[in-house]
Write a protein that binds this ligand. Sequence first.
Ligand code: GAL
Length: 667
Amino acid sequence: MTVTRIWPSRPPGIAYGGDFNPEQWPEETLDEDLRLMAEAGVSFVSLAIFSWALLEPEPGRYEFAWLDRVIDAMAGAGIAVDLATATASPPPWWSRAHPDSLPVLADGTTLWWGSRQAFCPSSPDYRRSATALAAALAEHYRNHPALSMWHVHNEYGCHNAACYCDTSAASFRVWLRSRYDDLDRLNHAWGTTFWSQRYGEWDEILPPRSTGTWRNPGQQLDWARFCSDELLACYRAEREVLRRVTPDVPVTTNFMSLFEPLDYRAWAAEVDVVSNDHYVRLDMVDPADDLSLAGDLMRSLAGGPWWLMEHSTSAVNWQPLNRAKAPGEMIRNSLTHVARGADAIGFFQWRASRAGAEKYHSGMVPHAGTDTKVWREVVQLGAHLRALAEVAGSSVDAEVALAWTWPAWWGAELGAHPSVHLDAAGHLRAWHAALRRRAVTADVVSPLDGLAPYRLVVAPHLYLLTDEEAAALTAYVEGGGTLLATFFSGIVDERDHIRLGGYPGALRDLLGVRMEEFFPLLPGETVGLSDGRTGRIWSELGRTEGAEVRATFASGPVAGSPALTRHAVGAGHAWYLATRLDGADLDALVGDLVARCGVRRTAEVAEGVEVVRRRGPDGTWLFAINHTAEEQAVAASGLELLTGRPVDGRVTVAPGAVAVVRERGGG
Ligand code: GAL
């Protein structure tokens, strides 16, 4: 039987909605929900995310009646359903029946039920129960017209990214056997001759549980790989069940932005739609920077448009202090995601809860009702997204790439390193923010993703590099590209073994430098460079071998050593930056690099105005986001879609507002 679904393929226009938990409310609330969803222009809801306890109240007995009623109502209203498999939170009966499946911390502490995600990713019982529930849902709803996407689980690894129990230990050994085949190879990879760690039998190997001092770095690195793979196996097991029953329904699971435990590049290859959750936090230096980086990362992982599955209309409830969003902030956040390639905007959650751990988290329908700032903005955003329907499916212009891999991140964060102040993700953020300030959009890619289209590639702390990745960076430069690598890149191979002969090991020949010793700086300590800039965090001693010196360290123990170099290789150039630059110094270097590489700014804009261009087969759209408190003008001609007004030469953007111009003649 062929089913006519509400979305036969992808959503028409930008999808709008969020997590819908009607089970938290009396039945009669549904009528009001439907009326309000129509008013806001909601086109999708994610259903049943935390409904395992209701769907399977006792082992093997499934109850769908309550959900049937909701899904039928959604179909009647023309609202597409992103149906969850409900496996993120096993009910208490399940945990009580499977005490060996509770997650265990590195120090042996058991995490009990009474919250959510209380399961061990390696538990065969969990895998069996979760796939059985997914299968029951798929069978029951396979022909439902509202079923438009599968939402597997929810935020894998949010609270149980690693479990150190005996079951996990056994799974880790299976994983290690398939990676190394024999123990000698593992012993060599982990460098176990050091500190008498040699393993004589597989059963001696444990997860990196709490120890007296440093744990083996090779073991920790493989553990990080294993933990990501193990949760991915949970996802795949559910996805296979769903694909068998409903092969026409796309499958997703929501990511968590720049989340260290999961290698989302591997995960992205396994989902039909990349979807992401992003929350701004009060401790972010600039939340808009973080949001933009998350968007660029998701677009790069997806290789095109992606879904913003969750963010908040206003306050969250999980920080020490949770402040409501300022007027306009939620719309600005939402449209920035769209600017960076999102084809859907979703929220956690439709109605702010009255009870439970998240009752102080904002929703689309706030506690105070609809005569509120939040509701008016929710309705306004719905109208904006309808006005932007034509943007859906388009790509985003990016001439620069930031090279970033999870294994390099994991490696950089291992302990017993020269300095605890490197902060690889912070370094990535700093470069992304400097490019963004320059009105330059960047993709976030692996060296193996195909670098040739980019005019400039920046590798911030690409600490761990495989031979293949190093060769890809070299081929990119030889072919005419420009690469800038920062210190502590290319230092180790995939086993976390130092690449000998001088730093930065794998990139030494490409960069034309040979470094000998590290001289990290104290917090607040700086070192002057010969070009007047100021280095922070790091300095190092060494010399060039073929590169041209653009700046040296001017003083201190490494005075005279190269700080910024440029090496002509083939048709391109490889730059090396041996310290960290911030603020105006970093901005000036970024300005110099992009100018040399012919990277075009998206538009000439004042500080605090973010501009991004989406491009479709028939045209381009310029998004201008005004983060300042003054009205700003941006050069553009065409039709401003949010107001429906033609613009000729320039568009004015009110303080805190966004303009989207369908450009005449392309950007
Ligand atoms: C997400 C999660 C949601 C909700 C939200 C609150 O991490 O997927 O279920 O907890 O955070 O911000």
